[in-house]
Design a protein around this ligand. Structure first.
Ligand SMILES: NC(=O)c1ccc[n+]([C@@H]2O[C@H](COP(=O)([O-])OP(=O)(O)OC[C@H]3O[C@@H](n4cnc5c(N)ncnc54)[C@H](O)[C@@H]3O)[C@@H](O)[C@H]2O)c1
Length: 263
């Protein structure tokens, strides 16, 4: 077992899918990896069943993990998750914000105002409330790392899912702004931009045939799995990235750099 995260406390939001006997989410896998590398982890999500199951399994391994309910659009939930973390561990060093909801198949005209607001709220209000809830405890811990999970859709667009792409692009700009504000407190703020990844978030849409079609658009020739994205998340969360802030780490297998096959 590595000791990469020994002495660190991480709040992993949207990390409920951390049970290895099922399909992992990449925040879930990051939580598991931090705990296995000596860190203490608080997983927060709205999916209480998955979150509690993941934590129960991690505890059977002797890992330091707790689950708290947190809806990222509710400021009181953030405050209570941070309070739980501080009561249990008296410090907070890492916050990974991966909560997200899909926005598939809607054009600008057919997107309802409610649907637009919901996507924006979970992503953009969520990152805003989350960042302002964790910076004070991080400051008191001598600094910290905030990793916001954006998407390659921050860089490219489709003819649909406008709210999703717009919210993810907003996230990268927010990260730069927060990085500037909190640099003097030694709090780093970065984004990971994942490409197509098989996780609980996509498993409904990513059947075998669709994954084969997607893979043809990926220079690395395959759709990602949770480990392909957890690596970049863990890098930014860790002291290996101690001089990295305000950055966007693209983990898309090369998709957004390619104009696509010509046939
Ligand atoms: N899988 C992909 O292809 C892909 C690509 C780019 C970006 N993303 C983004 O990465 C993030 C992580 O997704 P994943 O693919 O690991 O799947 P995942 O399903 O494991 O993670 C998303 C989590 O967000 C939680 N969530 C949803 N609304 C919430 C809310 N209001 N408050 C708190 N938690 C909430 C869900 O319960 C779920 O556990 C998501 O934001 C997703 O949009 C995914």
């Amino acid at each position: 077992m590595s000791d990469r995260f020994t002495g660190k406390v991480a709040l992993v939001v949207g990390g409920a899918n951390a049970d290895e006997s099922r399909l992992l989410g990449f925040a879930g896998l990051s939580a598991l990896a931090i705990a296995r590398s000596g860190g203490k982890v608080v997983i927060a999500d709205i999916d209480d069943e998955a979150g509690q199951r993941s934590v129960a399994r991690m505890k059977t391994e002797g890992l330091a993990a707790t689950y708290v309910h947190l809806d990222v659009t509710v400021e009181a939930d953030w405050q209570s998750a941070v309070a739980t973390t501080m009561t249990a561990h008296a410090q907070l060093d890492i916050m990974i914000m991966a909560a997200g909801i899909p926005d598939r198949g809607e054009t600008i005209e057919s997107t309802s105002v409610d649907s637009w607001r919901r996507v924006m709220d979970v992503t953009n209000l969520g990152m805003f409330l989350g960042t302002r809830s964790v910076v004070d405890p991080m400051r008191k811990s001598g600094g910290g790392s905030i990793v916001l999970i954006s998407s390659m859709m921050a860089r490219v667009v489709r003819d649909q899912a406008n709210a999703y792409a717009t919210s993810r692009a907003g996230m990268t700009h927010f990260a730069r702004s927060a990085a500037v504000q909190y640099g003097p407190d030694n709090i780093r703020v970065n984004c990971v931009l994942p490409g197509w990844t098989l996780t609980p978030f996509t498993s409904g849409a990513f059947n075998e045939e669709w994954m084969e079609r997607l893979a043809k658009r990926v220079p690395l020739g395959r759709v990602a799995d949770a480990s392909d994205i957890a690596g970049p998340i863990l890098f930014l969360a860790s002291d290996d990235a101690k001089y990295v802030t305000g950055s966007e780490l693209l983990a898309d297998g090369g998709v957004t750099g390619w104009i696509g096959p010509l046939d």
